[in-house]
Design a binder for this molecule. Sequence first.
Ligand code: TNX
Length: 528
Amino acid sequence: MRQHHRTLRLLGSLLLVAMGVSVTGAAPAQAASPTPLDRVVPAPASVAPSGSPYRITPDTRIRVDDSREARRTGEYLATVLRPSTGYRLPVTAHGAGGIRLRLAEGPFGAEGYRLDSGRKGVTITAAKPAGLFHGVQTLRQLLPPAVEKDSVQPGPWLVAGGTIQDTPRYGWRGAMLDVSRHFFTVDQVKRYIDQLALYKINKLHLHLSDDQGWRIAIDSWPRLATYGGSTQVGGGPGGHYTKADYKEIVRYAASRYLEVVPEIDMPGHTNAALASYAELNCDGVAPPLYTGTDVGFSSLCVGKEITYDFVDDVIRELAALTPGRYLHIGGDEAHSTSHADYVKFMDRVQPIVAEYGKTVIGWHQLTGANPSRGALAQYWGLDGTSAEEKAQVAAAARGGTGIILSPADRIYLDMKYTADTPLGLDWAGLVEVKRSYDWDPGTYLPGAPASAIRGVEAPLWTETIAKSADIEYMAFPRLAGAAELGWSPASTHEWEAYKVRLAAQGPRWEALGIGYYRSPQVPWQTAE
Ligand code: TNX
C-alpha cells in the first residue's frame, strides 16, 4: 500500500514535469513562453523585442569566428548548455544558423555587444572578446533557469526574438574578497569568479594581507606566508597561495574576463607581517599572531629603511605575478600611524608601485595624503561619514583622482541584511536589498564630478565568513544589484522593475546551488 502510494506520487510528479510544472506546484519548471528580453540583470542598455523566438535543438551548433578568443567563449557557452540540454552543441567555424559569436567593428566599445535573436538563430556581435563573453551571460539569462543544472532537463530551450544592444555605464565593476580574515582556497575563489561573471563583474580585488593572515608567497620574505599565513580569525589553520596558485586564479579570472587587483594593506592592518619579521617593528620585537577582529592596532615602522626594502620586494614580486594594471596598497584605518608618518609612508610607497609598472589604488584615506597622478581612491564611507571627509574625497576627485564607490551602508556585502542575519557585521547599519540597490553612483558623492567616478565595487570582508555558502548567502542577492549599478544606464534604474527582474534570478541560483537570502522585499518566484 505504502509502495503503491509512492509509485502513484512518482507517476504524478513525472506527469507534472512532462507538463512543465514544478513538483512543488509553485511555478512552471520550464516556461512555455520565453523569458522576455528585458528580464536580465544587469538591465541591458536597450531592448527591442520582435519576431519569433529561437529554439535550441539537438542540431544546434555554436558557430564562432576563426579566433582563439571567440572559440574559447564558444566552448564556455557549450560547457554551460551541454549538461542540461543533453545536446552535442559542436563549436565550429562552419554552417549556418544556430548560435553565432562574431567579432566585428561596431559601436560596442571594449565590453559591449549586440544580441540578435530570431527563428533561425541567435547572433552575438562584439568588437572585443569581452563583449562576446558578456553577451553570452545575457543569453544564459534568457534561457530557463534549469539550463544551469548539471543533469538533462526537459526544455524547451527558447530565446525570445528581438535585439539587445548593450554597453556598460562604468569600466570598473568590481567585487572584493577578503581572503585574509578567513582563507579561501583556489577552488572557492574560482566558484566565486564564476558567480561574478554571470553578472558581468570585471574586477576581482583580492585583499591578500591583513592583521590575521598574509596569503601570498613572497620568495624574498618567505615567513610572511609560512608563518604570517598560518592562522585566521578564530584561530583556524589559515593558508596561503603559492605563486602557482595565484597565477591559476589570475588565469581563471582572465578566462572569465575579470582582472585581478591584488591588495597588500599598509601601513596598518599589518600584524601578520610584523609577527613574521621582528626587524619590521620599530622596537625590534615581533608581536604574536592575531586571531581576533579588532582593527587599527598595527603599523609598519615608517622611520626604518628596512620597511621600504620590504615594501619594494613585496610590490616587485606581486607586480611580476599580476598582468592587470593595478596594485592596491590599502591605507585604511591606519590608527596607529601618525598623520605625518602616514603621508611620509604614502609618498615613498606610491612611486614604488609606479616603478614596477602599476597604478596605485588606495582606500579613500589615501586622499588625506598625496595621491599620485592617476591613482584611484576607493570610497568606503557611509551616509554618516563627516562632511569634511566627503569633501576631502570630492576635492581629490576634482583634482584628477579617480573614484571607485564602495559605500559601506550600501554595498558592503558583509553587512547584515536585518538584525536576524546569522552572519555579518552591522557597524555600517543593516543593509536590506532595496537599500543596497537604491542609489546612483553618478550623483552619490557631493562635489565629485561624474567623470571622476570609475565605477562601483562590492567588498566582502570575512571576519564572520568562513565557507563558500557564507559568501553566497551574503553576496546574493546584493551582488546582482551592485553589478547593475556598475553596468546599467541610470535611466533603467528603478527598484519596482528591478525587484521583478531580481526575483527571476532566484530559480537560477537554486539551479546553481547558490543558497541566497530570500529577502521579503523581493517577489521570489518559487515557494520554498
Ligand atoms: C572596515 S573597509 C575595514 C575592514 C573591515 C571592515 C568590516 C576598510 C577599508 N576597512 O578592515 O574588515 O570594515 O566591515
